[in-house]
Design a protein. Structure first.
Lengths: 236, 197
């Protein structure tokens, strides 16, 4: 490469560095002003709860879970891979009917359907149906426990398997669960459940892996206690 | 054997700093795993004393993440020219022999390793172009279309016991939307269906 190009490249890199530095300083100044002006309303801070409030919250979650007969909603799932700064976003529909009926349907960017009917799991993938019992598959045992347990409110009360800490912000009660069982600890370092402050249903679930990767599932457009036909939980 | 057109070994899969998201299945013996596989090339800066060709090879860094549909990671691997690291792996999959097989498969898939003793020839029966070379202890054969612009298969082996066959199908915009990797002797099969790049 001719020498003048090497020189130009050095100048360009220097310009790029100084330009980035300037951009960073301006962004930082704007962010600092913004945070000072709107400390809580824009970025909700989780506040700790005292023992009495925690007990009251547990009772409310349990009572609400008992009243919830069905849930139907859309979901947006984000798998964040911290080291490679990449997100995989999938969306679909979610149906739950008491006691143990679950239909979890991924629609974008792939189609995949899981139906849990009591302790029987059916997976429909590329028109192939795979059926097995929850007990026969360790991965789905954990999924079943975490997802259904979150919705039914049992995970929050499970002091034998999880160490729970409670806090709240303007929109949610936030329950952080650290697994105690060695097997679950290997795949999940923390589960965070965001419970709606109005109806105590689950708004969001975060599953954080030991390496820092995280899966966030946002449940949106929730409909509680609307009739859902049993056929919804049948293998098509 | 007859005169062949110029083909680009390995060029089918190595655009720098890009990621490919696949719907993936991994079958090994009685286990059937499904989910999403992200293969991302994330190059590092190599020392400037290297020649351009060496730099290109030694720069290549891949992260390969396979997670089930719900997001739980089966494995997260980092592959460089001279190393292969397990960032995280489900306990039941984290076996030395299996990781070694996955390393070989992904090295052949990405063409990360330098090749030597290259030869080009044309198959008489099919008129397909074949690129033959040695990479590490492996011999590889890449079979291209007669015009040399479409890669059909990559076959690699170091002994009779460890062949790897990679098939590329359903090309869309110059990239195979279906890739299958097979290690027939040990019964491992991986199928990748491109979702996003």
């Amino acid at each position: 490469m001719p020498e003048q190009y090497g020189y130009l490249r050095t100048v360009f890199r220097y310009w790029l560095c100084s330009h980035r530095l300037l951009t960073f300083i301006i962004s930082f100044a704007i962010a600092a002003t913004f945070l000072t002006a709107f400390p809580v309303s824009v970025f909700p801070q989780n506040k700790p709860m005292n023992a009495a409030s925690i007990e009251e919250l547990k009772i409310n979650i349990r009572d609400a879970a008992q009243k919830i007969q069905t849930i139907s909603c859309d979901f947006i799932q984000e798998k964040e891979m911290s080291m490679i700064k990449e997100k995989i976003i999938s969306t679909g529909k979610f149906f739950f009917k008491k006691e143990k009926l679950l239909r979890w349907e991924y629609m974008q960017p792939f189609t995949w359907l899981i139906i849990i009917r009591n302790d029987q799991i059916s997976i429909i993938d590329d028109n192939k149906v795979n059926q097995f019992s929850v007990q026969s598959n360790k991965i789905f045992q954990e999924i079943n426990r975490v997802i259904l347990g979150s919705i039914r409110g049992t995970l929050v009360m499970d002091e034998k398997n999880f160490q729970a800490t409670f806090s709240y912000n303007t929109s949610s009660w936030v329950v952080k669960l650290k697994p105690l069982a060695p097997k679950l600890k290997e795949s999940l370092s923390e589960i965070v459940i965001y419970v709606d402050r109005k109806d105590y249903s689950v708004n969001r679930l975060e599953m954080i892996e030991p390496g820092g990767d995280c899966t966030k599932i946002n449940f949106i457009d929730k409909k509680l206690n609307q009739p859902i036909a049993d056929e919804k939980f049948m293998v098509p | 054997m007859s005169q062949v057109h110029q083909v680009s070994p390995g060029a089918h899969y190595v655009p720098p700093v890009t990621s490919h998201l696949f719907k993936a299945t991994l079958d090994i013996k009685k286990h059937h795993l499904t989910g999403l596989m992200l293969i991302k090339r994330m190059d590092s800066v190599a020392p400037t004393t290297l020649s351009q060709q060496e730099k290109e090879i030694k720069d290549e860094v891949y992260r390969i993440v396979f997670a089930n549909e719900i997001g739980m990671t089966f494995f997260d691997l980092e592959m460089k020219y001279d190393s292969f690291s397990v960032i995280s792996c489900f306990e039941s999959l984290n076996k030395k022999a299996l990781i070694k097989i996955l390393e070989t498969d992904f090295r052949l898939l990405t063409g990360i390793n330098p090749v030597q003793h290259e030869k080009f020839y044309r198959q008489t029966a099919t008129n397909n172009q074949v690129f033959y070379a040695k990479t590490g202890r492996y011999k590889i054969w890449e079979t291209f279309s007669p015009s040399g612009d479409t890669l059909y298969t990559t076959t690699g082996k170091s002994t009779i016991a460890d062949p790897v066959i990679i098939s590329y199908q359903n090309y869309q915009a110059g990239f195979p939307s279906r890739i299958s990797l097979e290690n027939p002797v040990i019964g491992l099969k991986m199928s990748l269906r491109l979702l996003k790049r």
